[in-house]
Design a protein around this ligand. Structure first.
Ligand code: GYE
Length: 366
């Protein structure tokens, strides 16, 4: 099962080695903060396995009929987004598609995730995908994977490590998501004051850091906005409810609640319901959420979550596209941006977001 490091003669007579491709990241670490714009953007046109040329890769596992082994060190099972992301990886890296997927739910524990990656290295898997629970603390194990010659794909969230330590990264632009939320709010409030409470995601996660940074970039431009408090709800419904309950005890004068994912928003709504606080387009408090899952968009269609900034969890096709390119001995991009939109409740028009409709909701698979 161990990946052979092969050289492949491609049409232009250029010899490209897998090992070289594996370390072809640019000097710039592709963090969410400096995500390149659309030039590298990939959308639904990611090559499906059937479209991927395999004729130039005769001694790769796929071409020789061997399955390709992929380890996936997943964050955990904290949210609906995560469940959709996990299912997407399991469906894409299936036995029927020629893969043997070693899937590990790391239960939001950084130490477990590091050890999981180490065990993938010991098992000499062909590829390793990591959705990093936190962005810091990756240098050592990434160096170990590099030394073992195993290509690593950093998926969904970013790491702080130098890009030379991994093969490629892919995911949404979290800073841009936070900025979209802020820009939409400025447009919506049209000069009115904002007293804002933020329920952040998991501490140290790039999704949390990026969304916070992006939103704060817009807060800084609005002198009559005040962030009263900002606490982690760990991307869970229970966490969102707990943080909102404590906010309600401490603050009485807020009119905006920013939840960094949909599950936290469900918990925050439960807490506000219990306290008799009204929210949504007809209520006292405006809720902003992130993810735009099916249930989250239902609440947006119902006018309860006023703005929902998407992060698309269906990212496995991008990872598979990278792996198929590496199998074929082709160079891969250092960074692949998964593009997303934002959605607003019916009756609101925005230059930053799409107005929700039943049709949009019906088209939402996750
Ligand atoms: O927003 C949240 C999940 O990393 C983008 O993690 C992902 C985030 C997503 O738990 O729901």
């Amino acid at each position: 099962m161990k990946k052979k490091v092969v050289s492949v003669l491609v049409a232009a007579m250029t010899v490209v080695s897998l090992a070289a491709c594996g370390n072809s990241g640019s000097g710039d670490t592709p963090t969410a903060a400096d995500t390149p714009a659309s030039a590298d953007t990939k959308t639904a046109d990611t090559p499906a396995p059937a479209d991927t040329p395999t004729e130039n890769s005769e001694d790769t596992p796929a071409a020789s009929g061997e399955t390709i082994s992929v380890g996936f060190a997943q964050v955990g099972h904290e949210s609906d987004w995560r469940a959709a992301n996990t299912k997407n990886y399991q469906d894409t890296f299936s036995a029927a598609n020629g893969y043997e997927l070693s899937f590990v739910d790391c239960d939001n524990d950084h130490a477990v995730q590091i050890e999981t990656v180490r065990s993938f290295i010991e098992q000499e898997l062909d590829y390793i995908c990591i959705a990093p629970i936190q962005s810091a603390g990756w240098d050592t194990v990434l160096q170990e994977a590099k030394d073992a010659g195993i290509p690593v794909l950093i998926v969904d969230r970013a790491v702080d490590a130098d890009a030379s330590l991994y093969t490629t990264a892919l995911g949404c632009d979290m800073v841009a998501e936070g900025e979209t939320a802020g820009n939409w709010l400025a447009e919506y409030l049209n000069g009115a004051d904002a007293n804002i409470l933020v329920i952040e995601g998991s501490v140290g996660a790039s999704a949390t850091l990026g969304r916070t940074e992006g939103f704060n970039n817009i807060v800084a431009k609005n002198s009559n906005w005040k962030v009263l408090d900002s606490q982690s709800g760990d991307f869970t419904q229970a966490g969102g409810q707990e943080v909102m309950e404590s906010f309600i005890k401490s603050y009485s004068d807020f009119n905006v609640v920013v939840c960094q994912n949909d599950n936290e928003a469900y918990g925050a709504m439960d807490a506000m319901d219990a306290a008799g606080i009204t929210y949504g387009v007809d209520g006292d408090v405006t809720i902003i959420s992130f993810d735009a899952t099916h249930n989250g968009l239902q609440y947006t269609l119902d006018g309860k979550i006023t703005c929902n900034v998407e992060c698309n969890p269906l990212q496995a096709g991008f990872a598979e596209g990278v792996i198929q390119k590496l199998q074929a001995g082709e160079a891969v991009d250092a960074w692949t941006l998964v593009v997303d939109e934002a959605f607003v409740a019916p009756g609101i028009t925005s230059s930053y977001a799409i107005t929700m409709s039943q049709e949009v909701l019906d088209g939402r698979a996750y």
